[in-house]
Design a binder for this molecule. Structure first.
Ligand code: KG4
Ligand code: ZN
Length: 344
């Protein structure tokens, strides 16, 4: 079964082709991505209307590119999958509309996929795929959640952020430090030059006794420290503040993940979403895992942030596991807000 996947929930247009045979993990045949980062940079964040219009421009050329890379014709596509939510309504409608029109023209079924399920399953395309059950730490620009994952489609929410997401904390702090958009990777780069213990920043809810997160207070603390540095802070002070910010976010993510493993009695952690690309987070998680007999799985770096491969993969895994049925009902809708545990 060849599954074409289309992702258009935010500022990346992603298309991919995945092949699923029998019960094995689906194989990625080809994928292509266009990032709108440069277009939104001038505005300091994603402009939804511009995002939608750009998805329209990119999605068909990317689809042609993917099919050419895979040496596959449209006729060989068995299912067309798309991101149904959560995300920007207009952006989602582009992917859903194109997917359903394409499927109708080909007389093939479609399947709408949950964006976060795509992230969550994305490590199955890595060289070191996980096994069920596991704890998932989902850390993206819009979400920070710990889930107990028993199998495809069986997701139990253990804890989540009560305000900002981890990616948002990276992005907002980076903006305060004048690092532009999206700030996560830029802040992480600058942090490599600094000391993580240079500034005492809060670790909200670290000892709350539950698995929830809160990052909104961190940006205020970063702002206060930044102001104290005066109008022209030195390069080293800025790097130290970046490193201290990253250290605060990473420490909370690591400790809460360990608590989730302890609570569930599970030994495997799967990290996914854009912040999962963070090298410091990976270093710290690997270090604590090594001493405790735990395994940590990550997506390939290029599949941490939004992409079409995870959407095609999630569709293929849902269909193979029998928890979803692709349909030739081409009247589509999107779910800009869509809690992941509704899938269970
Ligand atoms: O999963 P994703 O591509 O989009 C959402 O579904 O939200 O995640 C994007 C987020 C952004 O907040 C970005 O700053 C963050 O992931 N990010 C990083 C890194 N790479 C991406 N944060 C910290 N370190 C990184 N290396
Ligand atoms: Zn995402």
């Amino acid at each position: 079964m060849n599954v074409l996947g289309i992702e258009s929930s935010c500022d990346e247009t992603g298309v991919a082709l995945v092949r699923a045979d029998g019960g094995g993990v689906p194989r990625l045949r080809a994928h292509a991505l266009h990032s709108q980062v440069q277009m939104h940079e001038a505005y300091g964040g994603v402009v939804p209307e511009l995002a939608s219009r750009d998805h329209i421009r990119r999605v068909l050329p990317l689809t042609r590119d993917v099919l050419a890379q895979a040496g596959c014709t449209l006729d060989e596509v068995d299912v067309v999958a798309f991101t149904r939510g959560p995300g920007l309504a207009g952006a989602l409608l582009v992917g859903a509309g194109v997917a359903c029109a394409l499927a109708a023209a080909l007389d093939r079924p479609t399947l709408g996929v949950h964006h976060l399920e795509g992230h969550l399953l994305s490590p199955f395309l890595s060289a070191d795929p996980p096994e069920f059950p596991f704890v998932a730490l989902l850390v993206s620009g819009g979400h920070t959640q710990l889930m107990r994952v028993a199998g495809v489609g069986h997701y139990e929410l253990l804890g989540e952020t009560i305000d900002d997401a981890a990616g948002e904390a990276f992005d907002k702090s980076a903006k305060l430090l004048g690092l532009g958009y999206p700030g996560g990777p830029a802040l992480a780069r600058l942090a490599e030059q600094g000391r993580g213990d240079a500034f005492a920043l809060p670790r909200p809810l670290l000892h709350s006794g539950n698995l929830d997160f809160s990052f909104a207070g961190l940006k205020t603390a970063v702002l206060t420290q930044h102001r104290k540095l005066g109008p022209a802070p030195g390069a080293q002070a800025l790097a130290d503040l970046a490193a201290s910010t990253q250290a605060a976010i990473v420490e909370v993510l690591v400790k809460k993940s360990l608590n989730a493993l302890k609570t569930t009695g599970l030994k495997r952690l799967v990290v996914s979403g854009g912040v999962g690309a963070n090298a410091d987070l990976r270093r710290q998680l690997n270090a604590v895992a090594a001493g405790r007999g735990l395994r940590v799985h990550y997506p390939e770096l290029q599949l941490c942030t939004d992409n079409g491969a995870m959407i095609a993969l999630a569709a293929a895994m849902r269909l193979t596991a029998g928890v979803a049925v692709a349909s030739k009902h081409y009247g589509f809708d999107v779910r800009p807000r869509w809690p992941l545990d509704e899938l269970t």
